[in-house]
Design a protein around this ligand. Sequence first.
Ligand code: DQA
Length: 150
Amino acid sequence: MRSLSLAIINGPNLNKLGKRESNHYGSFTYNELTDYCNQQAASLGIEIDIYQNDIEGELVQLIHELSEKVDGIILNAAAYTHTSVAIRDAVLTVNIPVVEVHISNPYAREEFRRKNLLSDIVIASISGFGITSYKLAIDGIFSILEDKNR
Ligand code: DQA
């Protein structure tokens, strides 16, 4: 049987982890985050590719392209979570599970972060666990996909 494949798509400023607002995002760097996700996926035998892009339209294209290639998508749309109808519409075109992830808990921050254009259209949302949010998202989407393949 072929192994499951996942894409993790990270939006704007997440490449600056380690240098930005450590009170919200902790001290780990973007490279440490990708190593952590790669290890977690390897421990489950999942293939993953991890992307980061600051540009809204390029994130839309990534969602379109990757949804034709992988079994599931983990999406941290970062600030676009709160503003992007285009990313919402891209997620609505996708026929595979999409899990939303955040490092911080946006609901415990500024008022404008409580507006979320993705949470009602994704299969699940995980936030507030720091880097562990990604591990929980990988574990969660893995069990959803395993269930689907039974
Ligand atoms: C974030 C939360 C967003 O509100 C913020 O704009 C980000 C990161 C998170 O992972 O906690 O850039 O998505």
